[in-house]
Ligand binder design. Structure first.
Ligand code: 5AD
Ligand code: SF4
Length: 461
């Protein structure tokens, strides 16, 4: 277990190497992030380490001395987006030989992808895997000194790899919204999913480290804090996840404490009770169902049934009044028949989710589902996707109507001349007229509702 933690001296060595690596010259890093919140959190660490090295941050690759492309491998679409951006940097490299370009993140962990990137993009200077983030100072130093291309990947096989690096600097991209990783990796091996292969084994941070990070965020005025993990319910620090959530949500002050993501097989009643009982814990539950059919769920290796899922979802709705429920669905998993798909439509209708995230199944090399016979044609996946979306839009429309006339607490995220936008405890977007300060709470009376947006005006109530 202890070998999972990168030794303190190793982190300190990296940080002292980082100090002033740019030698006082004014340099900028541009970090492009694809994929999930975990990748966004990693990019904030990359940015923090870059800051220690002396890099400012820019959104414009043309102004950058260092470009880091933090990739995602969850679906082919995500991979293609990252590759197409990488392709655009060829010209920049030709114009500026000093420019350093690096690729990291989940795509870098896949051997075939990595090799293809190295071959097709000769101007990429280095590639590093999800486990090598903390080594960025070494990686940059090597790139600045020797003009040789290098690859930094964990040598362990996918059923062993995974580290935790504490004490790295962070440059957060908001001063009121923050993400806090509580665990990394995944051991579930759903048959469609690449995550266990690119993020390694499940491993948890110590609760003391998480609690002190959350405490300092709350003290510094952060109002929307998200605990992150591929499957937070299997958090295995020194306390359980519900207890961690309770403690993180019980600090002085008003804030929303969210978490992402849960696996339905592990979502306990205790967790639901914490959501109900701790005021700062957001009244929101994202519980990916993926399919509403038992045969498909079993082929996906999800390890729960439609009936168990429904029971859990209904328990959450019954125990937490006005909870917002969201889910993920995969359309066109190999072998999925029309009748099986219709059971997914049916579960959507029964639960009445506030929002669903629907994805076309994308075969991921190396995963069991990619080799299954009876892959569903693209057009059929799209047809199922569209049908689900239209059913869902009607449900969301109906659910949001009940907010009209109510006053809700909203964390203001933008305010342009009195036109404000923010989010509720249930993560609903609210556009409203008012003079709320960005990063502060406001009371908003809801006057109109559409499927995914509420409208209202600030009140003093
Ligand atoms: N194809 C399509 N969607 C996928 N997801 C994960 N793997 C795949 C894949 N191969 C979806 C799941 C998951 C969400 C983050 O992405 O619904 O919950
Ligand atoms: Fe994409 Fe999964 Fe990696 Fe997140 S963990 S960036 S979703 S592949």
């Amino acid at each position: 277990m202890s070998e999972i933690f990168v030794p303190r001296e190793e982190i300190e060595n990296q940080l002292s190497l980082a100090d002033g690596l740019c030698g006082g010259k004014e340099k900028n890093v541009c970090i492009l992030t694809f994929g999930c919140q975990q990748n966004e959190a990693d990019s904030e660490i990359l940015s923090g380490i870059c800051e220690r090295m002396g890099y400012g941050e820019t959104d414009d690759p043309k102004n950058a001395d260092l470009i880091l492309i933090n990739t995602c491998a969850i679906r082919e679409h995500a991979e293609l987006k990252a590759l197409s951006r990488t392709g655009q940097f060829k010209k920049l490299k030709e114009q500026n030989r000093e420019l350093l370009i690096g690729i990291c993140g989940c795509m870098a962990e896949q051997k075939e992808r990595r090799e293809a990137v190295i071959k097709s993009y000769p101007y990429v200077d280095f590639v590093f895997g999800t486990d090598k983030l903390y080594m960025l100072p070494t990686i940059i130093k090597n790139a600045l000194n020797a003009k040789k291309r290098r690859v930094y990947i964990s040598e362990k096989p996918h059923n062993e790899f995974g580290i935790i690096a504490e004490g790295l600097p962070l440059r957060r991209n908001s001063d009121f919204k923050a993400k806090v990783s509580i665990m990394y990796g995944c051991d579930n091996f759903c048959t469609y999913c690449v995550v266990p292969y690119v993020r390694g084994r499940e491993r948890s941070r110590c609760s003391a480290d998480v609690l002190s990070e959350v405490e300092s965020l709350v003290k510094n005025g952060y109002k929307d804090i998200m605990l992150l993990g591929q499957n937070v319910n299997s958090y295995k620090g020194d306390i359980s996840f519900p207890e961690l959530l309770r403690r993180c949500g019980s600090m002085d002050g008003e804030y929303f404490l969210r978490f992402m993501t849960s696996h339905p097989k592990d979502a306990s009643r205790e967790l639901v009770e914490v959501i109900r009982d701790v005021p700062n814990v957001a009244k929101q539950f994202h519980l990916p169902v993926q399919s509403g059919n038992n045969r498909v769920l079993s082929a996906m290796n999800r390890r729960y049934t439609r009936e168990k899922y429904l029971e859990k979802a209904m328990e959450i709705k019954a125990l937490v009044p006005d909870v917002t429920m969201t889910t993920d669905i995969i359309c066109g998993f190999p072998t999925e028949t029309e009748a099986e798909f219709l059971e997914t439509v049916d579960i959507i209708k029964q639960v009445e989710f506030d929002m669903i995230f629907t994805f076309l199944y994308s075969p991921r090399p190396g995963t069991p589902a990619a080799n299954m016979e009876d892959q569903i044609p693209h057009e059929e996946k799209v047809r199922r996707f569209e049908l689900l979306s239209s059913v869902q839009n009607d449900i969301a429309d109906k659910l949001n109507d009940k907010y009209i006339g109510k006053t809700v607490r909203v964390l203001c995220e933008t305010n342009e001349n009195g036109k404000c936008s923010g989010r509720t405890t249930g993560n609903k977007i609210v556009n409203f007229d008012g003079n709320a300060r960005v990063g502060q709470f406001a009371n908003v009376e809801i006057t109109a509702a559409a499927a995914y947006i509420l409208r209202g005006k600030e009140t003093n109530q």
